[in-house]
Design a protein around this ligand. Structure first.
Ligand code: GLP
Length: 235
């Protein structure tokens, strides 16, 4: 696992953009994308770049159940606003958060992932070490599945909603196996609230109680983090 300490998200975005360019030059076809605040600067730099992604497919990690794509809190809306509207891809997949058809959608999404192997997966990390919406306790061999969100995740994500009752309690997420199937992975972590999760991810035991520790089993992971997120790691 490679850990790169950066001053701020601008520097982190720049490093990730260079990694992305290198992957594209080497024939990458599919990008795995994440939502949350951590990849935002990276997306901004993609938008401002002259990269042509019109031949590239994207697949996103996860989506809330019960929010359709017109809902500003949905991850589909987030991706449209922050990336896809300004930088069109060939095609962009996210799980559909339609409650009635969740089971069908899970099967459908696993098929999409099988058809589009991810060359570069972008990740953030939850304060409890979740990746995508794979909460502590998720099996490392999991595929796309329906998730009941941890109370701590609901509380952490409430900042994006008017009130905590509006935060969905379920999501559809790629599983940990789907994430580890990506050829290369870049994980962004900024701020002190991520310090404990990052220390465990990089140097702790590999355990299902810290989903991101599964990344130790992957051959090509780069963690881009600021000093606050790295503060519990030995130099
Ligand atoms: C959510 C998303 C994750 C994301 C995490 C951290 O729960 N499902 O994919 O990594 O939040 O978000 P942030 O980057 O805003 O800290």
């Amino acid at each position: 696992m490679k850990v790169i300490q950066v001053e701020n998200q601008i520097e982190g975005g720049k490093i990730a953009l260079d990694i992305l360019k290198e992957k594209l030059e080497n024939g990458a076809q599919t990008l795995g994308l994440a939502t949350g605040s951590s990849p935002l600067e990276f997306y901004k730099q993609i938008v401002e770049s002259d990269l042509d992604l019109s031949n590239i497919t994207s697949v996103n990690l996860d989506e809330y159940v019960g929010l359709d794509g017109d809902n500003p809190q949905s991850y589909r809306y987030f991706m449209q606003e922050n990336l896809f509207n300004q930088k069109p891809f060939k095609e962009s997949f996210l799980p559909r958060g339609d409650k009635e058809h969740a089971e069908e959608e899970i099967e459908h999404y696993n098929q999409i992932l099988a058809d589009h192997p991810v060359d570069l997966q972008i990740l953030g990390i939850g304060c409890n070490g979740h990746i995508g919406f794979n909460e502590p306790g998720t099996a490392f061999d999991s595929l796309t599945h329906l998730v009941g969100l941890d109370q701590s995740t609901i509380e952490a994500n409430a900042r994006f909603f008017d009130k905590i009752e509006d935060v969905p309690t379920q999501a559809i997420s790629m599983g940990i196996k789907n994430i580890l199937d990506a050829k290369s992975i870049v994980l962004f972590a900024y701020g002190e609230s991520k310090a404990e999760a990052i220390a465990g991810t990089v140097a702790g035991p590999v355990t299902e109680s810290l989903p991101a520790s599964s990344l130790q089993n992957h051959a090509d992971v780069t963690i881009i983090a600021d000093a606050e997120a790295l503060k519990l790691l030995e130099k």
